[in-house]
Design a binder for this molecule. Structure first.
Ligand SMILES: Nc1ncnc2c1ncn2[C@@H]1O[C@H](COP(=O)(O)OP(=O)(O)OP(=O)(O)O)[C@@H](O)[C@H]1O
Ligand SMILES: [Mg+2]
Length: 367
């Protein structure tokens, strides 16, 4: 080219160029996905904003480079500025069922107790909030409501206008079934009472209210399930469409057999299983079992967290690893998990809006 080109760049030309840029997770172009806005052209400088489907998007840099390169190719363009914002896609089935300001509900479960469900749920929630999402965590474990302790919350939520206001901890709104059930009474609760309580925790809580994350509702509600495959899973799935379920397992075979039961329970309830997390890997119980199990069960492997006493200590005093040891190996693992989960939720919702209401099974490696 001979110096400055005189070709005039138009917003339409920019849009056409961006039709060649794929969203790497969703496998469709940015324009078709309606992710491009605010195109401005001034002399040789082009700027635009890409609206990500989640602030926890793991492939933002790839998109930035691709979009930059595509627009730079246009004759007359000398400089490209790519801005980002995010608008989390909603699971449209939730609004159809309950009038609650929650876009996505993610259940964390396991076949057996003590494998680290609550630890994973708490760190996942805090990591998503750190990345800029509006997040709540709902403790549905009637037999051992540990979320308040692990989040460092010990106050009963205040009631206003007939709704409970969830306390905020580490940027996450916290609500526990333990706030509703008098201590010692959990074991005599029957199905219908549990049903009522879980429904109440969804509908009678001021999720995403003005005193909480932002007054704009929640992007993600993480639900910490009790161990096993019993009433709580059934109740939750009957009360509200669950966007996806995550299964936590330990590496050893017995734990995997339990994970399999958890997975089957979700499938029966038509909750898409997002994948398996392997927790407490290390010298004592080995590692890799979760990954091999995920492969065998045909679901994605979401990540591995090693056994580390710092995780337990943090859990005991309400200091989640991602908030208090942000540079640690475990915090990195939890953040990667959060990005994978957020990306998978986007994939599910975009596919859902494109296809029928038929149940969706996630593919392996779709991350
Ligand atoms: N990766 C880890 N390294 C060390 N300790 C861990 C790890 N993950 C969880 N723990 C600890 O193990 C114990 C059990 O974890 P957690 O309560 O999260 O499991 P759970 O599956 O929710 O249990 P329950 O079935 O009783 O609800 C806790 O003390 C927790 O701090
Ligand atoms: Mg627990």
């Amino acid at each position: 080219m001979f110096g400055k080109s005189n070709a005039r760049v138009t917003p339409d030309a920019v849009l056409a160029a961006l039709r060649n840029v794929q969203e790497p997770e969703l496998h469709r172009d940015l324009v078709t996905l309606k992710m491009v806005k605010d195109i401005a052209v001034q002399d040789g400088e082009v700027s635009f904003t890409i609206t990500l489907t989640t602030p926890a998007c793991p492939l933002r840099n790839v998109m930035e480079q691709d979009a930059h390169a595509a627009v730079m190719k246009l004759p007359g363009v000398e400089r490209v500025v790519v801005n980002f914002d995010a608008q989390v896609r909603a699971d449209s089935r939730i609004a159809g069922k309950l009038d609650i300001p929650i876009k996505n509900i993610i259940a964390v479960a396991s076949g057996k107790g003590g494998v680290g469900k609550t630890t994973v749920a708490v760190n996942l929630a805090v990591a998503l909030a750190q990345m800029g999402a509006n997040v709540g965590i709902l403790d549905a474990d009637i037999y051992g409501p540990n979320v308040p302790m692990m989040m460092g919350v010990d106050t009963m939520p205040p009631v206003s206008n007939g709704k409970l206001t969830p306390p905020l901890a580490h940027g996450v709104e916290v609500m526990s079934i333990g706030f509703l059930v008098p201590e010692g009474e959990a074991l005599i609760w029957r199905g219908p009472m549990l049903h009522g309580a879980i429904r109440q925790l969804l509908t009678d809580v001021n999720w995403g209210g003005p005193s909480g994350v932002a007054g704009q509702g929640l992007d993600y509600l993480i639900v910490d399930m009790p161990p096993g495959t019993g009433d709580a899973q059934l109740t939750l799935a009957q009360s509200v469409p669950v966007t996806a379920g995550i299964i936590v397992t330990m590496p050893q075979a017995v734990s995997l057999a339990d994970a399999m039961r958890g997975l089957k329970a979700f499938e029966r309830l038509e909750v898409p299983v997002m994948g398996i997390v392997e927790n407490m890997a290390g010298e004592v119980v080995g590692e890799g079992g979760g990954e091999a199990g995920a492969m065998r069960l045909g679901v994605p492997f979401l990540g591995r967290v090693y056994l580390n006493p710092a995780i337990r200590r943090g859990g005991d005093v309400g200091e989640p690893a991602v908030a208090y040891q942000p540079e640690s190996e475990q915090a990195v693992a939890f953040r990667e998990l959060a990005q994978k989960v957020a990306a998978q939720v986007s994939v599910l919702n975009v596919r859902r809006s494109a296809t029928s209401s038929a149940p969706i099974k996630l593919e392996m490696g779709a991350s």
